[in-house]
Design a protein. Structure first.
Length: 184
């Protein structure tokens, strides 16, 4: 199965910006919600049901007005944000999408290259990993109820004096703030 969306013929000869709410007619948001996501989900589900089908979603970019070009905001919302939404709300992966999505364009080849570059950068970037000191690791292990050396469970509240608990609480608060930088 192939689904072909020709943006200039099926959606708009003059695609706008990112959001409808800011007065952008024919926005990336509208394209995302009414065209891209429903079509991509249909293709992904088809490939999931029938793994040999090799169904594709083909996006044709060329048939917009000669005097128009795609704004980066339109492209980001229409494709990058759409794909993030699909990945976050389903069990499909970036590779599932990458294997089913194709862009066709003679006029906007540079935009197609930019879309794929942005998508690959977004979904193939290394995860941020917090670097912890040995002291931080020991505090975390204690908080989890284990000594680093023996891995014997302890109950922190019974064995630690109030000064240690107070110091640990302050330390954990700072540590939580440090770690939260890496989870955003």
């Amino acid at each position: 199965m192939e689904i072909i969306i020709n943006i200039g013929k099926d959606f708009s000869k003059s695609p706008g910006g990112r959001y409808e709410k800011f007065g952008s007619r024919d926005s990336g948001e509208e394209f995302k919600e009414n065209y891209f996501i429903p079509s991509m989900l249909k293709i992904l589900q088809e490939n999931q049901i029938n793994p040999n089908s090799k169904s594709k979603l083909i996006i044709e970019l060329d048939d917009i007005f000669e005097s128009r070009a795609y704004t980066p905001d339109f492209l980001d919302e229409a494709f990058c944000v759409s794909i993030k939404s699909i990945i976050n709300e389903t069990n499909f992966t970036f590779n599932d999408i990458k294997n089913t999505l194709e862009f066709k364009s003679e006029r906007f080849k540079h935009r197609v290259d930019k879309i794929w570059k942005d998508l690959n950068n977004e979904f193939n970037k290394p995860k941020k990993v917090p670097v912890l000191t040995e002291e931080e690791i020991i505090h975390i292990q204690i908080a989890l109820g284990y000594f680093a050396s023996s891995e014997q469970p302890i109950v922190l509240g019974f064995f630690a004096g109030s000064e240690i608990r107070k110091k640990s609480f302050e330390f954990y608060k700072e540590l939580a703030d440090k770690i939260s930088e890496f989870t955003e």
